[in-house]
Design a protein around this ligand. Structure first.
Ligand code: BGC
Length: 724
């Protein structure tokens, strides 16, 4: 290969824009392909369209190397699933895997080989708009969800034409941006990096994720796109990661903005030497690096290694043997939005809903709940229902909540939008909504954020409900009618004024194509809600970042204000809703705690199990959660860390035994030695229905310290369910 051909392989161009796919593929691009000047395109799609582009690459370029076609297929391709935070709220890796699998089947049928998903950035600051794209705040939990998504996208064999290369993104500490601002610096300790932000990436690599994307931001002044310690020493070195590393959009060029280089060529050199294999969109590798490569043996070695990794990705996908395997228009037509896919989307959406409170038992609704007023513009906002990163999702495909309730309730339904999410509320429209509420026996208030208030570059300084929604909510609540609030959101919100006495609140996130049926099925009790919060809901913006796994401090937060402790004076010490919280229409009792041993020795395991009984008269799911704490260690350990969870369906009156099996390495943390160590001593564990609803507790000992090669949070806890 010539230097230009090598650099061409490392060049990923935008073939279009997210909202105008393929729009940049013109004659000049075909010529670039013929000249071997490009290795991949993103924001392209279509089996037939891409077949022609691929044909030109394979038949008309000198080396005939196939192209990689990429897109952000994040929570569905055409059939839209809930946004990722909603998928996470299912608290079931099987749901995350299913959503990824369906997305892969549809995306690959449209000629795509590579998705920029899953996003597995830990998100602990609800101001950060991209919290919607991930699985929340907890390292063990996000790691488990990361593994499931990688499996769903990539299947067992990437060369099958319905599997897609996954991207673990955004490697580093993208979620730790200061003040919850997107792209902003992460100034975090090494311990936080290793124990909080990196475990999901370790898990994704371990699961075989074919590619990684680097974060836009810097850690302590070192932009990740040029972070040799993180990329070369850790990822390529210690972790031995052989997959493809791609920059983020223009992030090589942005090294100039970061202030670590002055010229394009210097930016390219830094990124290449940090083993960023493929450059997304800034075109520096292909346009500016030829001279530097010829002049520097060190850069040449880096380029050769990167080219090999790009070619290996193409090889893993089977493209050298069958470059057009992903380009079957008949398959594309057959799979898109199939009844089977819609059913899967509905199921995951139903399972994503979190019942925050149901104080008066208003839910589930009776089959004939009388006259119902449906209030809120979001109830009919099909675009919001499919969330950000909609790929090829179409608002027209969505069954809205309004449509479903019209069908279900007929003349007993009255609808008033009341207010939108932007600008000033219209007093007339609110008055109409109030009249509708007053005329009804029951109000369903659909409120929250629209889809465009979370997502990339959508950070907010205030996580309150948008002003017009607050106004609407106040007016509706003042009617004194029974109100069921359905919250659509991509982030934890400050729930003022909704979170009042006697409230009923269901978090629906942005549920996807099957929004209407999924919400209605939960409201009417066709299914009992079983979702849980993957991120704590702080009471107020000022509490952000808020997360469960904080350190205890020397003066742990105390509700007693007369004591000087680590808290705010003006609000309680707890979040509004804790990580793992979510109610059910059923009730569950925990009993029969058992542990297989009191001593967890090196090479051994401990199995902790409990009986969960559905004491109600309806079949429902319970999410059994296992938390641990190391009370005394060389450094302070978080007050609570997750080490197991299992969503289990338990028919009315029946019992299931849930057993978690753990290794000593799962208690390893980033010790002062710079290694992962678990100290000898006691470990406390707690089993419950939420991080703040603990039902059973116990402890065991590690008789000797253990050294591990991975963060404890990244490892898998085996779960067995007996009695099914
Ligand atoms: C985002 C990435 C995304 C890329 C390509 C960037 O702005 O940060 O997550 O994969 O664009 O669309």
């Amino acid at each position: 290969m010539t230097t230009a051909e090598k650099l061409g392989q490392l060049n990923q161009m935008a073939g279009g824009r997210q909202i105008a796919l393929n729009s940049r593929i013109n004659e000049a691009e075909y010529d670039r392909v013929r000249a071997g000047g490009v290795g991949s395109y993103l924001h392209v799609a279509g089996a037939e369209f891409l077949a022609e582009l691929q044909r030109v690459a394979v038949e008309e370029s000198r080396l005939g190397i196939p192209l990689l076609f990429a897109m952000d297929v994040v929570h569905g391709y055409r059939t839209m699933f809930p946004v990722p935070l909603g998928i996470a709220a299912t608290f079931d890796p099987a749901d995350a895997e299913l959503a990824a699998r369906v997305a892969a089947v549809e995306a690959t049928s449209a000629g795509l080989h590579w998705t920029f998903a899953p996003m597995i950035d830990i998100a602990r600051d609800a101001r950060w708009g991209r919290i919607v794209e991930g699985a929340g705040e907890e390292p063990f939990f996000v790691s488990a969800m990361a593994r499931a998504q990688v499996r769903g996208y990539q299947g067992t064999d990437l060369s099958h034409s319905d599997t897609i290369l996954a991207t673990a993104k955004h490697f580093g500490a993208y979620g730790a941006g200061a003040g919850g601002r997107d792209y902003d610096s992460a100034d975090i300790s090494e311990r936080t990096l290793y124990e909080v932000y990196l475990p999901p990436f370790w898990a994704a690599a371990d699961e075989g994720a074919g590619s990684f994307m680097v974060a836009f931001n810097d850690i302590g002044g070192v932009p990740t796109t040029a972070n040799r310690a993180l990329l070369n020493d850790l990822l390529r070195g210690s972790w031995d990661y052989q997959g493809l590393v791609v920059s983020d959009w223009n992030s090589v060029l942005e090294l100039i903005n970061h202030g670590v280089v002055e010229t394009r060529a210097e930016a390219g050199a830094l990124a290449l030497l940090a083993s960023v294999d493929m450059e997304m969109t800034s075109g520096i590798y292909a346009a500016d690096m030829a001279e530097a490569v010829e002049a520097s043996p060190e850069i040449q070695v880096a380029v050769d290694a990167s080219v090999l990794r790009v070619l290996m990705a193409k090889e893993r996908l089977g493209l050298f043997d069958a470059p057009l395997a992903y380009n079957d228009p008949a398959r594309e037509a057959a799979v898109m939005l199939s009844p089977e896919h819609r059913a899967a989307a509905r199921q995951v959406a139903e399972r994503s809903m979190v019942l925050l409170r149901n104080d008066t038992g208003l839910l589930p609704l009776a089959d004939a709940p009388g006259r119902v007023a449906l209030i809120g513009a979001l109830a009919d906002d099909a675009r919001s229902m499919i969330g950000s990163w909609k790929a090829q999702g179409q608002p027209e495909d969505v069954t809205t909540l309004l449509a479903t309730l019209q069908e279900r309730l007929g003349d007993n339904l009255v609808y008033e939008p009341g207010a939108g999410t932007r600008g000033e509320a219209d007093p007339e429209a609110i008055a109409r909504a109030v009249r509708a509420a007053e005329s009804a026996d029951l109000v369903i208030l659909v409120t929250g954020e629209d889809y465009n208030l979370s997502g990339e570059a959508r950070s907010r300084s205030d996580i309150a409900l948008p002003a017009p929604q607050q106004e609407l909510a106040r007016a509706i609540l003042a009617t004194g009618k029974p109100v069921v609030t359905v919250l659509m959101t991509g982030r934890p919100l400050d729930l003022e004024p909704l979170d009042a006495d006697d409230a009923t609140i269901l978090v629906a996130w942005f549920p996807g194509t099957e929004t209407g049926p999924a919400i209605a099925n939960v409201l009417f009790g066709d299914v009992s809600p079983g979702g849980r919060l993957p991120a704590s809901f702080p009471r107020r913006t000022g509490q952000a970042p808020y997360f469960m796994g904080h350190y205890p401090t020397g003066r742990p937060a105390d509700p007693d204000l007369s004591k000087d402790s680590a808290r705010y004076m003006d609000i309680p010490i707890t979040p509004a809703y804790a990580f793992g919280h979510g109610l059910s229409y059923a009730s569950f009792e925990y009993s029969g705690l058992n542990q297989s041993t009191d001593e967890l020795v090196q090479g051994g395991t401990i199995t902790i199990s409990a009986d969960i009984t559905n004491t109600s008269g309806i079949d429902a799911d319970e999410v059994v959660q296992l938390y641990v704490r190391d009370p005394v260690a060389q450094v302070a350990r978080p007050v609570q860390e997750m080490r197991g969870f299992s969503r289990v369906t338990i028919p009315a009156g029946e019992t299931r035994r849930v057993a978690f099996t753990l290794l000593p390495e799962q208690f390893a943390y980033f010790a002062p030695s710079g290694r992962f160590e678990a100290d000898a001593g006691r470990i406390d564990f707690r089993i419950g229905s939420s991080s703040d609803d603990i039902r059973l507790t116990g402890s065991f000992d590690l008789p000797a310290s253990v050294i591990a090669d991975a963060p404890g949070a990244a490892l898998v806890t085996r779960v067995e369910i007996e009695g099914e």
